[in-house]
Design a protein around this ligand. Structure first.
Ligand SMILES: [Zn+2]
Length: 464
């Protein structure tokens, strides 16, 4: 039965799946899906919501670790490590120390703040790669999915679309090395993990603004037979995310263990298809770039985190040229702005190649639009949701850009997106809709003060 049409919107200007249009009437059904689109229309009722600005499809943040939001900016001092050379690994020690005091209810407050910030910068969905499972002493909560459920509840309250990705984390290194004491909050057997996964799958069932997937943490944290077992038991799962080849040391350790590089090993041992999202994939050989681009999986790129951690630079020009799919994530939340992720993605290529406008195509010369649309598509695929396009049948997830903002004076269409992505720092996103519901209205969320206060008290507690 056709759902009842309950809302209609009139956008002055909109980026539809087939390009830019004016006076776009969008009707949304009772379930929050786009039911009709008519461009250049004068036919609309007075009950139609007028969207003052330029309408863009919503972009999904495909990689998030909630707890790291509470320490963003607190790892920018030398740790006094050997050779005075800080690295991903010294950062990770700092991060492990920070999460020692974070309880399940704290996670709810941190997630609420983080997801609110994401919405305000224009992200309409988030994939939460959740590897924190146990209490600060490493003991199981009465409900083993407690922390993941706190994050899901925060997302539901804030209103951002959510993909739950419970993480299987078994070991401390390649070859089933025992986990360190500092990793005690992450560790589960495959059977324990499956209980958490079932609980989350049930919790999101029937919610059109949520989806569910699984996340083996990395090749250093799971063994092959457990991964096969989990994939077999979760064969209907929509998406599978894994960290891979983020660090050179990780590549070296994988070579020592298997004589294969991480991406190579994964592609050789598993059917990596459109369900998969490989987070980072920073260090790849030519052959790995070619194989990953051809396998229809998404590369989950987190340019600000990768820069902050000194990971390296993803081979974006080579991978994109081969048609590789990709999306963006804010990962450690050193930034929660999609603008900054896309800007850094392009700028790293410019710095390495001594060129300008590297990541675009002959058919799509606008670098900003190309990056934005590709990232929207990749984020949708990596979360198994019908989002990222303003098109009939898709979720009514969209953002309104204030094209009368001084930063965007005189800009429209491709120039507007290019100017948004590549110039200035203030935020011209005024309104954000998820499933046709207005969550950010004139730059504010209805529960913003309370969410800020909750987060502040957690940060104060953690600092105490
Ligand atoms: Zn990550």
């Amino acid at each position: 039965m056709k759902a009842e049409t309950v809302k209609s919107f009139l956008a002055e200007r909109a980026l539809l799946a087939n390009g830019w249009h004016s006076d776009v009437l969008i009707t949304v059904d009772g379930q929050g899906y786009i039911a009709g689109i008519a461009a250049n229309t004068r036919l609309h009722s007075d009950r139609c919501v007028r969207l003052k600005g330029t309408l863009l499809p919503g972009i999904t943040n495909l990689h998030s670790h909630v707890h790291q939001r509470a320490m963003a900016g607190l790892a920018e001092k030398s740790t006094g490590s050997v050779d005075n050379k800080d690295s991903f690994w010294s950062w990770r020690s700092v991060m492990y120390h920070h999460l020692e005091k974070i309880g399940a209810e704290d996670m709810h407050s941190i997630a609420s703040q983080l997801y609110l910030e994401m919405l305000k910068f224009g992200y309409t969905g988030v994939a939460e790669f959740q590897y924190l499972h146990h209490d600060p002493d490493g003991n199981r909560y009465e409900n083993p999915a407690e922390i993941s459920l706190q994050c899901l509840q925060a997302a539901n309250e804030v209103g951002i679309a959510y993909t739950a990705l419970p993480v299987l984390y078994q070991y401390g290194g390649f070859g089933s090395i025992k986990a360190a004491a500092s990793q005690k909050r992450f560790i589960n057997t495959a059977d324990e993990f499956l209980i958490i996964a079932q609980s989350l799958a049930k919790a999101v069932d029937g919610n059109p603004d949520a989806s569910f997937g699984i996340a083996p943490h990395s090749l250093r944290a799971v063994d092959e037979s457990s991964l096969r077992n989990v994939l077999r038991q979760c064969e209907d799962v929509k998406v599978i995310h894994i960290h891979i080849a983020e660090q050179l040391k990780e590549v070296e350790d994988c070579l020592s263990w298997s004589k294969q590089r991480p991406v190579e090993w994964l592609l050789n041992h598993f059917d990596v298809n459109e369900k998969w999202c490989l987070i980072h994939a920073t260090h790849m050989s030519d052959e790995e770039v070619r194989r990953l681009a051809n396998c229809t999986a998404v590369a989950g790129l987190c340019p600000t985190t990768e820069a902050n951690l000194g990971d390296g630079i993803f081979r974006a020009h080579d991978y994109f040229s081969l048609g590789g799919r990709w999306g963006i994530g804010s990962d450690s939340h050193i930034s929660v702005s999609p603008v900054e992720e896309l800007r850094w993605l392009e700028y790293a290529q410019r710095l390495v190649r001594h060129q300008r406008n590297v990541l675009n195509t002959t058919n799509m010369p606008s670098t900003g639009k190309y990056l934005y649309q590709q990232a929207c598509s990749g984020g949708a695929q990596a979360t198994g949701r019908l989002t990222g396009k303003i098109q009939v049948g898709y979720r009514a997830d969209f953002v309104v850009i204030d094209h009368d903002h001084p930063r965007l004076f005189g800009r429209s269409d491709d120039d507007l997106i290019d100017s948004w992505i590549f110039s200035g720092n203030d935020n011209p996103v005024t309104d954000v809709y998820i499933g046709g519901v207005r969550l950010i209205a004139d730059r504010m969320h209805h529960n913003e003060d309370q969410i800020n206060a909750g987060f502040q008290s957690v940060v104060n507690k953690l600092a105490g």
